[in-house]
Design a protein around this ligand. Structure first.
Ligand code: ADP
Ligand code: MG
Length: 227
């Protein structure tokens, strides 16, 4: 089953009077359960692809279908609901809420979903245990290393059982050891929970971990390698 379908997707940013083409008719599909990397040089369009698949931005042309839902036929509120229930996000700069503890950051999505507080806390703790952060529930982001913060972000992305997790250069701010262990955790979540992962990177060691590598160049797919 296709988890993601992008068909002839075009996206151009406007900077004042200048048009900046980001995606020039990209087509791509991702099957359920894949662990896929989007690779390519800086400026090639990786973040734009992830933002569009995540429904955080809209294309100028083309179709995006995620989890069987065609974005162009959805109201803003049903798109917001799809994002909340079916898509998890991990960002390069972690994007944790600084005043909340690790466990509260992980609970946040479930709070928005209306999950009762006891269940929320239990599920958040369980997933923090799974990413190797038991004993750090109460720490704020500033009291955690970059690698630990990104594990909290992965826990937050996964805790509500999304269909797909989108991770934009999740290891870019990590040293190579923490990057490697973050990838291992993502892979374990992919296998154990059968969650589809699409992540972008320009780190070759991270690309090596992917089961499928899609190379983006100048807003188009330049290569698609299945390992
Ligand atoms: P990558 O993530 O691979 O580095 P991006 O998707 O961020 O690539 O960017 C693709 C192209 O779109 C680049 O030329 C970039 O400069 C441009 N771009 C991205 N976001 C914006 C924006 N908000 N405004 C103007 N241009 C942008
Ligand atoms: Mg980027």
């Amino acid at each position: 089953m296709d988890m993601v379908i992008c068909r002839d997707v075009v996206k151009t940013y406007r900077q004042g009077k200048i048009d900046v083409p980001a995606l020039r008719g990209i087509s791509l599909s991702v099957e359920k359960g894949e662990f896929m990397a989007l690779a390519g040089p800086s400026g090639s369009g990786k973040t734009t692809v992830l933002n569009l698949i995540g429904g955080l931005d809209v294309p100028d042309a083309g179709e995006i279908i995620v989890d069987g839902r065609n974005f162009s036929r959805m109201s803003p509120s049903s798109l917001a609901e799809l994002r909340l229930y079916r898509i998890g996000f991990v960002f390069q700069s972690y994007n944790l809420i600084p005043v909340l503890s690790a466990v509260e950051n992980v609970e946040y999505v479930m709070l928005l979903q209306g999950v009762p507080s006891g269940e929320r806390r239990d599920r958040a703790r369980a997933v923090l245990d799974e990413v190797g952060l038991s004993g750090m529930y109460g720490r704020r982001p500033a009291e955690l290393s970059g690698g630990q913060q990104q594990r909290v972000a992965v826990a937050r992305a996964i805790v509500a059982n999304p269909a797909i997790v989108l991770a934009d250069e999740p290891t870019a701010n990590l040293d190579s050891e923490s990057g490697k262990s973050l990838l291992a955790i993502m892979k374990e979540m992919n296998e154990k929970k059968e969650v589809t992962f699409v992540f972008s990177t320009h780190d070759e060691r991270v690309m090596d971990q992917a089961r499928r590598l899609v190379l983006i160049r100048d807003g188009r797919v330049a290569d698609d390698i299945r390992k």
